[in-house]
Design a protein around this ligand. Structure first.
Ligand SMILES: CC(C)(COP(=O)(O)OP(=O)(O)OC[C@H]1O[C@@H](n2cnc3c(N)ncnc32)[C@H](O)[C@@H]1OP(=O)(O)O)[C@@H](O)C(=O)NCCC(=O)NCCS
Length: 184
């Protein structure tokens, strides 16, 4: 795994999007969609209750980046640079060159292909720059939009992790998806 990517935050660009570092000034924009129950219902972390928690999370992600453990990009349209979602690698298996992604997008931006575009770019970055061999994603079977995004981005469903997630006191099954360097 190429640790050099953590030397300075890698800004990525697609046809329509900028994937950039999330700054403290973005807290209000993040708060507006992270507290939307439609967005948080399938996310594994507990929903945010106030803006201070979001600010802490931004600082926490900065520390994870500096300690070379995780990377999260803020997603903005090129037109206005406002953060409308995020995506990134929240864990790495350095021995086996595997990264696991997660992602979310504000509701008013759903269904325009934005997350497919963002995920394809971070997967490309994962293979070409981080030197990963495999990128994984896990998702609750009921989260149809997430399954669709992964399939459109070229991931393959590998199986069901039975009761792989405990959320709000309830166990949920998870589908596991992957894409390999040789797949693209
Ligand atoms: C999952 C999510 C990121 C998708 O983002 P998006 O930018 O809307 O995704 P895209 O537009 O690239 O693709 C979504 C696809 O799912 C389809 N879709 C969306 N909701 C659907 C539904 N309820 N049933 C069937 N298809 C659905 C869309 O039609 C689209 O497919 P198409 O391009 O073939 O029409 C977004 O819905 C989200 O943030 N959800 C909440 C957070 C979350 O669940 N994150 C993932 C946790 S693992």
């Amino acid at each position: 795994m190429n640790q050099n990517i953590f030397n300075s935050f890698p800004v990525l660009e697609t046809s329509n999007l900028i994937l950039r570092k999330i700054e403290p000034k973005d807290a209000k924009d993040l708060f507006s969609f992270l507290t939307d129950p439609a967005v948080s219902q399938y996310m594994t972390n507990a929903p945010y209750e106030n803006i201070v928690q979001v600010q802490r999370s931004i600082n926490g992600m900065q520390q994870f980046f500096e300690s070379k453990q995780k990377i999260r990009w803020g997603i903005a349209k090129k037109a206005d640079d406002k953060i409308i979602g995020h995506c990134g690698y929240f864990s790495f298996d350095e021995i086996n060159l595997i990264g696991e992604i997660n992602y979310c997008l504000s509701r008013e931006n759903w269904g325009q292909g934005i997350m497919t575009e963002a995920i394809m770019e971070i997967v490309r970055f994962g293979f070409e720059k981080i030197n990963l061999n495999r990128v994984e994603a896990k998702t609750i079977p009921e989260n149809i939009a997430s399954l669709q995004v992964l399939e459109k981005a070229g991931f393959r469903q590998e199986g069901l992790l039975r009761e792989g997630l405990l959320k709000n006191g309830i166990f949920h099954n998870l589908y596991i998806y992957s894409i390999l360097k040789k797949d693209i």
